[in-house]
Design a protein around this ligand. Structure first.
Ligand SMILES: C[S@@+](CC[C@H](N)C(=O)[O-])C[C@H]1O[C@@H](n2cnc3c(N)ncnc32)[C@H](O)[C@@H]1O
Length: 325
């Protein structure tokens, strides 16, 4: 069975449709081998449980567990937390959010990868309903301190504990990383917050755009375009577009690209194909890799279109789709 993935699901997801019933939604981010996710599902038969995780082997493991235990109220989705929060959920739709033992990313130059950071926490708060709960656990004392500061500065969250964290949280099942921390004698830090009525930080709304394309004329053949291809990297604010490889098919030229935006990474292909009129071509997104038309992907089409036209002084853009302008 194909894995559920944030790149293939509708944005936002109609969860009642996906689960076949309308129920409160509980989210676990980075569920790893899934002991906690399956526990959530067993403990909350009346809720719809969603787990997001990036590691494919964790997803396989958890899917087998869901099947073995015949749990109908839980779905595992391959996604980064950032993409899931931004594209899959609507504001105020989450009843509970759990983050268990997030990767610490100790080095300063990796700190932007930490889950507990301003933008991601704001997205969590935006997606929670007032009265909803946020739970975090970590065995890394520096991560606990950093999170405590961040959470205390978050207007939409109210601490449910007497201190910033406590060292025990009854009723939990022990996750893999929690078990390891306990065996190695590292204390675990547990946080519990309630979503208040304070207004949530606003997240940009995504509206699916039509596929971008560029029609151009060029005296060059597809082989000549491919000969001139060189990998490249371009930065536009927080978006990074990399052109990786060029490939020749029997009728088309494929250009593999990687587009990194703050809330989504996409590894897809652009396709250059001849039109009926001699010397005319269309550049468009291939359906390989399930592209979602984000501003970054639109920018990539414009960028590669400009590169193709820039290869020859007599080449011209004949038409750009509105989205590719
Ligand atoms: C240290 S492990 C903890 C796993 C599990 N929660 C536990 O307590 O045993 C962190 C997990 O988060 C996942 N992860 C890391 N960054 C993520 C992200 N941005 N979005 C979703 N999952 C992520 C990793 O693949 C890994 O499985």
């Amino acid at each position: 069975m194909q894995k559920l993935s944030s790149l293939r699901l509708p944005w936002p997801v109609d969860w009642a449709d996906l689960f076949g019933r309308e129920r409160p939604l509980i989210l676990e981010i980075g569920f790893g081998y899934g002991a906690f996710l399956l526990h959530l599902a067993r403990q909350n038969p009346e809720a719809n449980i969603v787990g997001v995780e990036i590691a494919g082997q964790c997803l396989n493991h958890v899917e087998r567990g869901i099947e073995r235990q015949q749990l109908g109220n839980v779905r595992a989705i391959q996604s980064t937390a950032e993409t899931a929060l931004h594209y899959l959920f609507t504001p105020g739709s989450l009843e509970e959010v759990h983050v268990n033992f997030p990767d610490p990313w100790f080095k300063k130059r990796h700190s932007h990868r930490r889950l507990m950071q301003r933008d991601t926490l704001d997205a969590i708060v935006n997606r929670m309903r007032p009265g909803g709960r946020f739970y975090l656990a970590t065995d890394i004392v520096e991560y606990a301190q950093m999170s405590a500061e961040l959470l205390a500065e978050t207007p939409g969250l109210v601490n449910l504990l007497d201190g910033p964290w406590q060292y025990e949280m009854p009723g939990r099942v022990v996750t893999k990383y929690e078990g390891r921390a306990q065996r190695e004698g590292r204390p675990c830090h547990y946080f519990a917050y309630r979503r208040s009525d304070a207004p949530a930080p606003i997240l940009p709304e995504y509206e699916e755009q039509p596929m971008s394309h560029v029609v151009f004329s060029s005296p060059l053949t597809l082989d000549e375009m491919l000969e001139r291809f060189e990998p490249s990297e371009h930065k536009f604010g927080e978006t990074v577009i990399s052109t990786l490889y060029g490939y020749r098919g029997s009728k088309v030229l494929l250009i593999e690209i990687y587009v990194k935006e703050p809330t989504i990474d996409q590894h897809v292909a652009l396709l250059v194909g001849p039109r009926q009129a001699a010397g005319e071509y269309t550049l468009q997104l291939s359906t390989l890799g399930y592209p979602r038309v984000t501003p970054g992907l639109q920018k990539a089409v414009t960028l590669v279109g400009d590169w193709l036209v820039g290869l020859h002084p007599d080449a011209r853009v004949l038409k750009r789709s509105a989205a590719g302008e």
